[in-house]
Design a protein around this ligand. Structure first.
Ligand SMILES: Nc1nc2c(ncn2[C@@H]2O[C@H](COP(=O)(O)OP(=O)(O)OP(=O)(O)O)[C@@H](O)[C@H]2O)c(=O)[nH]1
Ligand SMILES: [Mg+2]
Length: 430
C-alpha cells in the first residue's frame, strides 16, 4: 500500500514503527500499527522523499502480508492517520501533474496494466519510455524552427528577408510525411491491443475446425465427419511467431441449403468474415470444387487472405482445377504438422505486421490520433497558403496551431476534462 502527498511522512510516523528511522529508498522492517498503537502485522516500510518518487511527492509504501484482514486493517490505520483513498489513476495523474511523465506515457501505463499479450505489453513499454513523444517532438521541433524563422521576418520585415517559399514548402511536406507515418501507426496500435482478427471460413466439412485445433495445438473445437458440425462461431487467441496476437475465429460452414438453425450460424460466419482483417479460406482440395466453394473464393479475392486446399492426403482434384487467382494457394492436410507450419507462416505474411512494427512508437489512443490529425489539417492549410501565393504571415497561425496540437499529445494545456477521460481508465492505486 502506498500513500502520496505532503502528509505521507507524518502518516508513516503514526502507522509504522521501526528501530531506526526510515532511510530514503531503503526497505526497513518494522511494525504496522492500528489507531490504538496495537500491532497489525510486521512488514516493510519505504519512504521516497519528493521529488524522487513516482508521483514527485513524498511517498510512503508499506509491504504487508497479503491477507485480506491485514490489508483491510492496514488501510483502516492509514485512513485513521489522515490518508484518503485515491481516485482511479490518481497516482499517475499526480505524476503527470508534477512533470514525471507526459500524457502519452501515462496512457501507456494503463495499456501496460491492461496488456493481455506479450506484444501488447512490449508496445506499451516502448511508449512508456517516451518513444512516442520523442517521435512527435522531432516533427514539432522542425515546425518551431520554421516559426522562429518566420517571426524574424514578421517582426523585422525590412531587415530579415522572407525565407524562400520553395524551401518552406519542402520542409512542410517532410513534416507532413513524418506525421502521416505516425498516424498510420494508429491502426497498428489498435491491432496490438485487440489482436488481429482472422476468420476461418469455408464450406461445411472442409476441415476448418480441424485447422483451428491444429493452430492452437488444442482440441478446442468439435470435429466430425458430419457436415454442419460447427453451428456457432468460436474465438480463441494465439500468438504468431514474432508475438503478434491473432484472434482466430472458427465459423459454421457456409452453404445455401441449410435449415433454420444452421442458417443462423451461417449469418454469424458472414459477420465474422466481414469483421476480420484476414480471411483464412479452407476448401476441400481432394474433390472438384462445388459452386459454393468457388463463390467463396471469388468473394474473398479482393481482401487479405490465405487460401488452403485441404485434405491433400485424399487427392488433389480440387487443387489442380483451381482458378488462376488461387495459384498461390496452399495444398495441405491440416492433420500434417509440417503443413500447419506453412499455413502459420502464410498467415504471418497476410497479417502484414511484425514484432519490430510493434516496438516502434505508435499512436495508441484515439486522443493521440486526434492530436496528430489536427496537426496534419493545420499543416495542409499552411501548404495551401503557400501554394496560393498568399502573404507569408498567414502561414504562421496555422503552424502555431499544428505545433500546439502536437504539444497536446504530451499533455500541454490539457484540460481537466481531458485528464479525467485519460485517468478514468485506470484502476485505483495506479
Ligand atoms: N483425410 C483428411 N481428413 C481431414 C483433414 N482435415 C479434416 N479432416 C476430416 O474432415 C472432417 C471434417 O473436419 P472439420 O474440422 O469438422 O470440418 P469443418 O470445416 O469444421 O466442418 P463444419 O464445422 O461442419 O463446417 C473430420 O472428419 C476431419 O477429421 C485432412 O487433411 N485429411
Ligand atoms: Mg467445424
Amino acid at each position: 500500500m502506498r500513500a502520496s502527498g505532503d502528509a505521507a511522512r507524518a502518516i508513516s510516523a503514526r502507522v509504522f514503527r521501526s528501530r531506526g528511522t526510515l532511510r530514503p529508498r531503503y526497505a526497513t522492517l518494522g511494525s504496522i500499527l492500528d489507531a490504538e498503537g496495537l500491532e497489525i502485522d510486521r512488514g516493510l516500510g519505504l519512504f521516497f522523499p519528493a521529488p524522487d518518487s513516482y508521483t514527485g511527492e513524498d511517498v510512503f509504501e508499506l509491504h504487508v502480508h497479503g491477507s485480506p484482514i491485514v490489508v483491510g486493517e492496514t488501510l483502516g490505520a492509514l485512513l485513521a492517520a489522515g490518508a484518503r483513498l485515491a481516485t482511479p489513476g490518481e497516482f499517475t495523474r499526480r505524476a503527470f501533474l508534477h512533470g514525471k511523465l507526459d500524457l502519452s506515457a501515462a496512457e501507456a501505463v494503463a495499456d501496460l496494466i491492461d496488456a493481455e499479450s506479450r506484444s501488447a505489453a512490449r508496445a506499451a513499454r516502448a511508449r512508456l519510455a517516451g518513444g512516442l513523444l520523442a517521435a512527435v517532438d522531432a516533427e514539432r521541433v522542425k515546425l518551431d524552427a520554421i516559426l522562429a524563422e518566420l517571426s524574424g521576418t514578421l517582426d523585422f520585415p525590412d531587415e530579415v528577408p522572407e525565407p524562400p517559399r520553395e524551401r518552406l514548402a519542402g520542409e512542410l511536406v517532410a513534416i507532413g510525411t513524418g506525421l502521416e507515418t505516425l498516424a498510420r501507426g494508429f491502426e497498428v496500435g489498435r491491432l496490438v491491443r485487440e489482436g488481429v482478427g482472422v476468420a476461418i471460413v469455408g464450406p461445411p466439412n472442409a476441415g476448418k475446425s480441424s485447422l483451428l485445433n491444429a493452430l492452437l495445438g488444442d482440441d478446442r473445437a468439435l470435429v466430425s465427419e458430419l457436415a454442419g458440425t460447427t453451428r456457432d462461431t468460436i474465438e480463441e487467441s494465439f500468438a504468431l511467431d514474432g508475438g503478434v496476437r491473432v484472434r482466430l475465429i472458427d465459423t459454421a460452414g457456409i452453404r445455401s441449403h441449410a435449415d433454420r438453425l444452421e442458417a443462423a450460424g451461417i449469418a454469424r460466419s458472414e459477420r465474422a468474415l466481414e469483421g476480420a482483417r484476414v480471411a483464412l479460406v479452407v476448401v476441400d482440395g481432394s474433390r472438384p470444387l462445388d459452386d459454393e466453394a468457388r463463390a467463396l473464393l471469388e468473394r474473398t479475392r479482393a481482401r487479405p487472405r490465405v487460401v488452403v486446399f485441404n485434405k491433400r492426403d485424399l487427392g488433389d482434384a480440387g487443387y489442380e482445377g483451381r482458378e488462376p487467382p488461387e495459384k498461390g494457394a496452399l495444398a495441405v492436410s491440416v492433420l500434417e504438422p509440417a503443413d500447419v507450419a506453412r499455413i502459420r507462416s502464410a498467415l504471418r505474411d497476410a497479417v502484414g505486421i511484425d514484432a519490430p512494427d510493434l516496438e516502434r512508437p505508435h499512436l495508441a489512443t484515439a486522443r493521440q490520433a486526434d492530436c496528430v490529425h489536427a496537426a496534419l489539417r493545420a499543416l495542409e492549410r499552411a501548404q495551401r497558403t503557400l501554394d496560393d501565393g498568399q502573404p507569408i504571415d498567414l502561414l504562421a497561425g496555422d503552424l502555431v496551431e499544428a505545433s500546439a496540437a502536437l504539444g497536446e499529445l504530451g499533455g500541454d494545456a490539457a484540460t481537466e476534462a481531458i485528464l479525467d477521460a485519460v485517468f478514468a481508465r485506470f484502476c485505483i492505486g495506479k
